[in-house]
Design a binder for this molecule. Structure first.
Ligand SMILES: Nc1ncnc2c1ncn2[C@@H]1O[C@H](COP(=O)(O)OP(=O)(O)OP(=O)(O)O)[C@@H](O)[C@H]1O
Ligand SMILES: [Mg+2]
Length: 278
């Protein structure tokens, strides 16, 4: 049964996205067996977990690619169903997938507007698209691209990631989800992309960042959500946790055993500290 989330008006605004008890099966595979996620505006929420824990499935369910089989989804406090990518886009959910899906033979402007081109009559409104693309890149303090008319094929990995992120924020997005944006990047480019991720949150968006890199998670995230075998082990404030605690949750899911699905930091702090991951 769907229940409205209740948030007192004088308290903090409701999270941009809240998932409770999300489940997803692929035939006999129980990919998600009860996931809980809270993503707030102005914050980076890291989504971490071992290979196969369910991170990409979770993202695809939120993006409406294959909807949750069961569970509740609230957007800005309102119960909602995301059954298609169109539903997700209409809410203001944008996803930057790991493979980026950019078109090498098109320039930056055309990539940013791909599939949603601005038109003037029957023709593309090139100058409006160019102006808007430049505004978005400037608002994100992106200074590393030489020209927005450059073909994407000539960009570095970090620049490509930047274009994909800028494309995601072009559309009045409220929630931007990034699946391992720094996985293929070198040190300097990783730093640039992490700064960009931080700026998205500082601009008021809710950001969900999938990452395997604990250093970057602790550098950029406000909150860390750990998936373990398709279940939420815990969601903790980044400032209240440590690298070793997160790694323990990832490898043993310790807080999943008997703890409430979205555990508070104090629950995590009760977990054995510093023990060696299994
Ligand atoms: N389309 C699918 N059909 C069947 N099983 C799937 C499908 N997609 C994912 N799975 C299964 O669901 C589980 C979760 O996979 P998922 O890709 O979400 O993990 P992940 O946390 O993103 O892992 P990684 O860190 O390796 O990217 C795995 O057991 C996977 O094999
Ligand atoms: Mg994945």
């Amino acid at each position: 049964m769907t229940q409205a989330a209740h948030y007192a008006p004088d308290l903090a605004p409701p999270p941009t996205l809240e998932v409770r008890g999300g489940r997803k099966n692929f035939g006999a595979v129980h990919a998600l067996r009860g996931v809980d996620l809270v993503a707030r505006a102005g914050e980076v929420t890291a989504l971490v977990g071992d290979n196969g824990a369910g991170k990409s499935t979770m993202i695809k369910c939120i993006a409406g690619i294959f909807p949750f089989d069961a569970g509740e989804v609230f957007f800005e406090g309102r119960p909602t169903h995301i059954s298609s990518p169109g539903d997700a886009n209409a809410l203001g959910v944008e996803v930057v997938y790991q493979d980026l899906a950019l078109c090498d033979n098109l320039d930056i402007v055309h990539n940013m507007f791909l599939g949603r081109e601005l038109k003037k009559g029957f023709r593309l409104d090139e100058s409006a698209m160019e102006t808007r693309a430049a505004e978005v890149l400037a608002s994100l303090s992106v200074r590393t691209v030489r020209s927005i008319r450059q073909h994407v094929a000539s960009l570095s990995g970090g620049q490509r990631q930047t274009v994909a992120i800028a494309r995601a924020v072009l559309w009045n997005s409220k929630l931007v989800i990034l699946d391992e944006p720094t996985a293929a990047l070198g040190v300097a480019q990783t730093e640039q992309v992490l700064q960009l991720v931080r700026r998205l949150a500082d601009a008021g968006l809710a950001v969900v960042l999938v990452s395997h890199n604990m250093n970057e998670v602790l550098e950029v995230a406000d909150s860390v959500n750990v998936l373990y075998l398709g279940q939420t082990a815990a969601q903790v404030r980044a400032q209240d946790t440590s690298r070793s605690e997160i790694i323990e949750l990832i490898t043993s899911g310790s807080a999943a055993l008997g703890a409430p699905p979205v555990a508070s930091a104090s629950t995590i702090n009760d977990a054995p500290n510093g023990s060696t991951p299994a």
